[in-house]
Ligand binder design. Structure first.
Ligand code: PLP
Length: 371
């Protein structure tokens, strides 16, 4: 019986740091500090330091991080937010849920992230925020994006839901724009044991605004509700688990990078296969190892027969999702994104993935695409 290889193995990660995780969970239960416990504030400080920024606010999930960050910018009806369609639906939802309109620009063919050469043309008088997405853990071309944004006086909000630990010219994702949103969905590079998210920035006033919105619009006293807010607090249990994991994140990122490099070496020259590349100055966090081939669906079947899981991120660019309604676009609008959706497939990648399994997977991909 061949080994079954999942896309991620959260149990293998748990077993590596079981004592720390168990102690963190026990601490929360024993102190019963379930809401806004000390682990929340401590995690916010530690995660801000990891990202290289001044402040962080924990929220309930990455989608809320985007929604309430946009609200803190004052995004609302009649505004436009420029972003990409080659992303998870949450990026678009957050814009529409604030009453604004997403304006989609295409991605570049090398890194699959926002193509800065197409950005300026998408900006209008109504543009309030630009959201580049560090897809698959690859940091966007932030220098060029920030320059255009700065010329127009528009803040850049990183969607770093997949970007924990990625760097651009030595600076970590989260510190590359005005603010950044993170998801700690369990399968992310830094994942909770449930839903969790955060907004980070060096603009402390901005973070205070997000915190206020995410905690019922609170004022100085407990039952002051000074702006319309909601309940999107980071759960203490999740904060404690994230604190146990954060000290390992850099090592896990390096282990991912080692595995990505091995895949790329073993898959070099496979007919019709495009392996992922890093842009100038960029170090990917390798959230996903994503290859391209026009024989994608047949390759997925072949790997499945051999017990190997794969994933397609994403089978439909979000401008073509019915959920986007009239704010979406027509097929053909974003040719690079649309092509990617037909060709990409993510191979298993996680820090504990044995190197010999990568050899087996790469061998199967080579044999299949060479036939
Ligand atoms: C690019 C991107 N943005 C936003 C999100 C939303 O995060 P969450 O699932 O924590 O709400 C995700 C999560 O998958 C994502 O990948």
């Amino acid at each position: 019986m061949k080994n079954q290889i999942p896309m991620v193995d959260l149990r293998a990660q748990y077993l590596r740091i079981k004592n720390d995780i168990d102690a963190a969970m026990t601490r929360v239960v024993e102190t019963t500090a379930f809401i806004k416990g000390p682990d929340c504030g401590a995690f916010e400080k530690e995660f801000a330091a990891f990202c290289g920024v001044e402040a962080c606010v924990g929220v309930a999930n990455g989608t809320d991080a985007l929604i309430y960050a946009l609200r803190a910018y004052g995004v609302g009806l009649g505004d436009e937010v420029v972003t990409v369609a080659n992303t998870f639906i949450a990026t678009g939802e957050a814009i529409l849920l604030n009453g604004a309109t997403p304006v989609f620009v295409d991605v570049d063919d090398l890194t699959y992230t926002l193509d800065p050469s197409k950005l300026a043309a998408a900006i209008t008088k109504k543009t309030k925020v630009i959201i580049p997405v560090h897809l698959y853990g690859h940091p966007c071309a932030m220098d060029a994006i920030n320059k255009i944004a700065c010329d127009h006086g528009i803040p850049v909000l990183e969607d770093s839901a997949q970007g924990h630990g990625a760097t651009l010219n030595g600076k970590r994702a989260g510190s590359l724009g005005h603010a950044a949103c993170f998801s700690f969905y369990p399968g992310k590079n830094l994942g909770a044991y449930g839903d969790a998210g955060a907004v980070v920035s060096s603009d402390k006033e901005f973070i205070a605004k997000v915190r206020q919105i995410a905690n019922h619009g609170g004022g100085a006293n407990k039952y002051d509700n000074v702006v319309l807010g909601t309940n999107s607090r980071l759960d203490t249990m999740q904060a404690a688990i994230l604190r146990a994991k954060l000290p390992h994140l850099q090592q896990w990122t390096e282990e991912r990078g080692e595995r990505a490099a091995l895949y790329s070496k073993l898959l070099d020259g496979v007919p019709g296969l495009v392996t992922p590349k890093e842009g100038a100055g960029a170090q990917s966090a390798w959230h996903l190892y994503t290859v391209r081939t026009s024989r994608r669906d047949a390759l997925i079947d072949e790997l499945k027969k051999n017990g190997i899981s794969t994933a397609v991120h994403y089978p439909r660019p979000i401008h073509l999702q019915p959920a986007m309604g009239p704010a979406g676009g027509k097929a053909g609008h974003l040719p690079v994104s649309e092509n990617l959706s037909r060709e990409v497939v993510c191979l298993p990648l996680y820090p504990e993935l044995p190197l010999e399994e990568i050899e087996r997977i790469a061998g199967l991909v080579r044999a299949f695409l060479s036939a």
